[in-house]
Design a protein around this ligand. Structure first.
Ligand code: AMP
Length: 213
């Protein structure tokens, strides 16, 4: 399963819930990149300035990263992709990895109006240790500013700052939104109204994976 949606559309939250529900791994390209940065690898060094400015990281790096991850044993029964593919070239890379069987994929396109995206991104807080995310008003941690999972102090991601968010939204419009047309022609494409409470969106997703909500 694949999620396509703008930054702030709730892909990460929904992909995590769906992966848990189905008992398969969630593969988040953003989380993987942040891990490579934290561990100081050459890939991390290449990705960091691009991510910091809100630009996409080159397709070939992402394709290699996802190819390696999806070849691991825990992915044999399927997986939920979050944040990949983000360009048509990446979608083609993914099709090559899966022997061109794109018609087997379920693609969720999650749509949220721009005003709400900005509200969500500006209020998003993140745990640098376990990468859990919260929102200061709509999904706050139990204790103000502290991660529920490991009690690490929450921070705002650098790329959630206003000036970087504008660039990320442009990248989405120019390079990721064309994926909607790409998958509409090739896969089982489901359009999801992401501008609703988290649980309502999730109930909708569950209907589309063949299990009653
Ligand atoms: P995310 O955590 O999904 O919001 O991703 C954060 C940042 O990581 C993006 O703004 C990009 O700079 C980079 N990134 C994540 N996934 C991809 C991808 N599939 N292709 C290129 N860049 C990516």
């Amino acid at each position: 399963m694949i999620f396509v949606g703008s930054p702030g559309a709730g892909k990460g939250t929904q992909a995590a819930k769906l992966a848990e529900y189905l008992g398969v791994p969630r593969i988040s390209s953003g989380d993987m990149l942040r891990e490579t940065i934290a561990s100081g690898t050459p890939l991390g060094k290449q990705a960091e300035p691009l991510m910091g400015r809100g630009n996409l990281v080159p397709d070939n790096l992402l394709i290699a990263l996802v190819r390696e991850r999806t070849a691991q044993e825990d992915c044999a029964q399927g997986f939920v992709l979050d944040g990949f593919p983000r360009t048509v070239r990446q979608a083609e890379g993914l099709a090559e990895m899966s022997d061109g069987e794109v018609s087997d994929w379920t693609v969720f396109s999650v749509q949220v109006p721009r005003e709400e995206l900005l509200r969500r991104l500006s209020g998003r807080r993140w745990c640098p240790r376990c990468q859990a995310t919260y929102h200061v008003s709509s999904n706050p941690p139990k204790q103000d500013g502290v991660c529920d999972v490991d009690e690490t102090t929450l921070v705002q991601r650098n790329d959630d700052k206003e000036e970087v968010v504008a660039r990320r939204l442009e990248e989405y419009e120019q390079r990721t939104a064309p994926l909607i047309g790409y998958y509409r022609e090739r896969a089982d494409m489901v359009e999801i109204d992401g501008n609703r409470p988290m649980e309502m969106v999730f109930a909708d997703l569950k209907k589309h994976v063949g299990v009653a909500a």
